[in-house]
Design a protein around this ligand. Structure first.
Ligand SMILES: Cc1ncc(COP(=O)(O)O)c(C=O)c1O
Length: 460
């Protein structure tokens, strides 16, 4: 067979292409895809994955520079986790959530060991959104208060309460959401007016003062919790410039009896070069929410890990929370195995080391490409923010707007060269699995370099 560009295609290759098209057809005909106009969906027909890479049915290889949904931290197809799931499936695939199991107890004990401070008891959920829902419910039960404060530039999940809690514009289609969320502005030193006439540290401090004013105006005795991502993720990996921000938030929570809930769904499990994003700030929350990297997607699982004070409260008060699949044995077995893998393969340390190598490349690209306004992040949790003009910081593609031609070119080049990542508004995410090799870094960074060169001509 001769293809349009007159290269010879073997029958095996054309079978593979047909298979890829058939997978896409069936998926598009019978399933609905998240957050999308269905008619515009063009999903990748992925059939296998190993380590940092995955392949589509037509055998095209992609380096996974966003770890799927920033969750496959240990990499794809890890034999230890697969074995643990198989063993658990044979032994005991499921029991009701009121039962005690080896898998549940072990996973929770391992989680308690790596979470900060004295956080210990775990409530298992199915993913991140329902973990946040349950954390907010617990805060409201323990404090007897109603409101939850969160950030505009944040995402906490797609269920009703979690979606309202996040500021991500995906919430707008479903507004008004729950009425007890109060949103705060962000430590976005690159763009926030608050940081314009001061050092970033001074900006952080001013922001904390403003939050205190907001607490007072909202009624401190009505605020159950402050819910923040341990290290901001899909809203642009926006981090405060100093520890002052987090220390200030902790101080305000203590002063006003507010529960601090830290959402580590995306920033947890080594992503930032620490077990959890909040570990970079030496702050211990009252509840830590996690999912994604807990099982790296091998089986869905989320968790809320609570302080001894909260655990004590529920020793004599009903925990009004429950899910059929809470503590699912398969998922708990996967979590136990994943935590072992992080430790045995030194992946937390590796995120720091490989992250520094990527940072050096991104620093160089920031110098060389006028389209790069800022590169930021930590460990293997990084983003490039692209601008039309470095002085005015005008974004190359607007917040919550369709991609401009420049951004489409960047995304198109990355995809065609097998660099899989999120390109959203003016951001290009660089969030690979923690097991990424030096060769994969070199390969990926040179593709990224080429893609940025395509955006440069659109800049002043
Ligand atoms: C910080 C954060 N919290 C919560 C969620 C929701 O997790 P899930 O999609 O597992 O419900 C996400 C998902 O991206 C997230 O990034």
């Amino acid at each position: 067979m001769i293809s349009e560009d007159f290269t010879l295609i073997t029958s095996t290759e054309s079978d593979a292409v047909q298979r890829a098209q058939e997978i896409i057809r069936q998926n598009r005909e019978y399933t609905l895809f998240s957050w999308s106009v269905q008619g515009g969906c063009n999903p990748l027909p992925i059939t296998r994955a190993k380590g940092t890479c995955f392949w589509t049915a037509d055998d095209k290889r992609y380096i996974d520079y966003c770890s799927q949904l920033m969750n496959v931290n240990i990499g794809h197809g890890h034999p230890k986790v697969i074995e643990a799931i198989k063993k658990q499936a044979e032994e005991l695939a499921f029991v009701y959530p009121g039962a005690a199991t080896v898998a549940r107890g072990e996973a929770a004990e391992k989680l308690a060991e790596i979470t900060p401070g004295e956080l210990k008891k775990v409530f298992f959920t199915l993913g991140g959104a329902d973990a946040n829902e349950n954390a907010m419910k617990m805060a409201r039960l323990v404090t007897g208060r109603q409101k939850v404060m969160s950030r505009y530039r944040s995402y906490h999940g797609g269920t009703f309460g979690a979606m309202s809690a996040g500021g991500d514009p995906r919430r707008l289609a479903n507004e008004p959401g729950v009425p007890w969320i109060v949103r705060m502005f962000d430590p976005y030193s690159y763009r926030s007016p608050l940081y314009r006439h001061c050092t970033p540290e001074e900006g952080d401090l001013a922001l904390v003062d403003l939050i205190e004013e907001q607490i007072q105006m909202e009624g401190p005795d009505q605020i159950a919790a402050i819910l923040l991502e341990g290290y901001s993720g899909s809203s642009g990996i926006i981090a405060p410039a100093s520890k002052a921000y987090w220390k200030g938030i902790r101080r305000l929570c203590d002063k006003y009896g507010i529960m601090l809930i830290v959402d580590e769904v995306m920033s947890g499990f080594g992503r930032t070069g620490e077990w959890f994003g909040i570990d970079n700030y030496d702050v211990v929350p009252d509840m830590l929410v996690c999912a994604k990297g807990l099982t790296c997607g091998y089986v869905p699982l989320g968790a809320v890990v609570v302080s001894p004070q909260i655990a004590d409260y529920f020793d004599s008060n009903t925990l009004w929370c429950g899910l059929t699949y809470s503590g699912h044995p398969l998922a708990c077995a996967a979590a136990s195995a994943c935590i072992d893998v992080y430790k045995e393969e030194n992946l937390i340390e590796k995120a720091r080391v490989q992250g520094d190598k990527i940072k050096a490349h991104l620093d160089r690209m920031t110098q060389q490409h006028k389209c790069v306004g800022e590169q930021r992040g930590i460990g293997l949790f990084r983003v490039l923010e692209l601008v039309k003009n470095r002085e005015t910081k005008e974004p190359i593609s607007g917040w919550n707007q369709p991609a401009t031609e420049a951004m489409q070119k960047v995304a198109g080049h990355l995809k065609s060269k097998g660099f899989h990542t999120f390109v959203k508004w003016d951001w290009v995410f660089v969030v690979p699995p923690l097991c990424i090799t030096d060769e994969e870094i070199e390969e990926g960074m040179s593709i990224l370099d080429e893609a940025l060169a395509l955006a440069d001509p659109y800049c002043d």
